[in-house]
Design a protein around this ligand. Structure first.
Ligand SMILES: Cc1cc2nc3c(=O)[nH]c(=O)nc-3n(C[C@H](O)[C@H](O)[C@H](O)COP(=O)(O)O)c2cc1C
Length: 201
């Protein structure tokens, strides 16, 4: 079954390598992931006062993420951490308190960098936020994509054939199975609970 995946890219840069990685994942045809890239560059900075009458961009973002079966973060590392624009989006989606659109939503994290450690610091800061947000995050394969440059992509902006594309393809398949497992197990638990309630009625 195809799952609706909200992809949140932590770079606003036109030629972003992370956006190209995300686009490559969207372009994989056999992974049963129905991906949409969610805009975050227009989100006003989070200010709790505004939650009384939230900006329309916040509402749009919350609805888009809320409607997804899973969330895939694809991000650079800025100064060994999460880019501010992505942290802002995470904060916007997490509130008002008790109404987080991330709650229980299966997720995965990919970080890419021209550097050698592949955004490890950013990846784990996103993970740290996801723990608090109660998101079941896929553990393996981890994706700290190092040495990614414009040369890693073809003219249409998709990953060229090679180990990096293979890794991303494996990750997309694993993420499909992860989302499937979580949704199916919840469904089975709900069916079990309904069955037991009927037996005791
Ligand atoms: C403000 C800033 C901080 C950065 N800090 C890091 C860093 O900590 N680690 C790293 O690997 N690359 C760092 N870089 C380089 C980025 O990895 C590189 O610019 C990358 O292409 C950004 O991702 P993007 O192409 O998706 O925009 C930094 C770049 C900027 C603009």
């Amino acid at each position: 079954m195809a799952h609706k995946i909200a992809i949140i890219v932590g770079s606003l840069r036109e030629g972003s390598i992370n956006r190209k990685v995300a686009r490559s994942i969207c372009g994989l045809r056999n992974d049963n992931l129905d991906c949409s890239m969610i805009e975050i560059g227009d989100l006003p900075l989070y200010n709790q006062d505004l939650d009384v009458d939230p900006p329309e961009q916040w509402t749009r973002f919350r609805q888009q993420v809320g409607a997804a079966d899973g969330v895939l973060f694809v991000s650079p590392e800025y100064n060994r951490g999460i880019p501010g624009v992505l942290k802002n989006a995470i904060d916007v989606g997490s509130r008002p308190y008790g109404q987080s659109v991330f709650d229980k939503k299966p997720g995965a994290i990919v970080t890419a960098s021209p550097g050698s450690i592949g955004g490890f610091g950013s990846n784990h800061q996103i993970r740290q936020a996801a723990v608090f947000l109660n998101m079941p995050i896929m553990q393996q394969p981890e994706a700290y994509l190092g040495h990614v440059t414009d040369d890693s992509f073809d003219d249409s902006g998709c990953l060229t054939e090679g180990p990096l594309k293979q890794l991303i393809t494996n990750l997309a398949h694993a993420f499909h199975d992860w989302v499937e497992m979580i949704h199916r197990s919840r469904q089975l638990m709900a069916e079990d609970a309904a069955h037991r309630a009927k037996e005791h009625a």
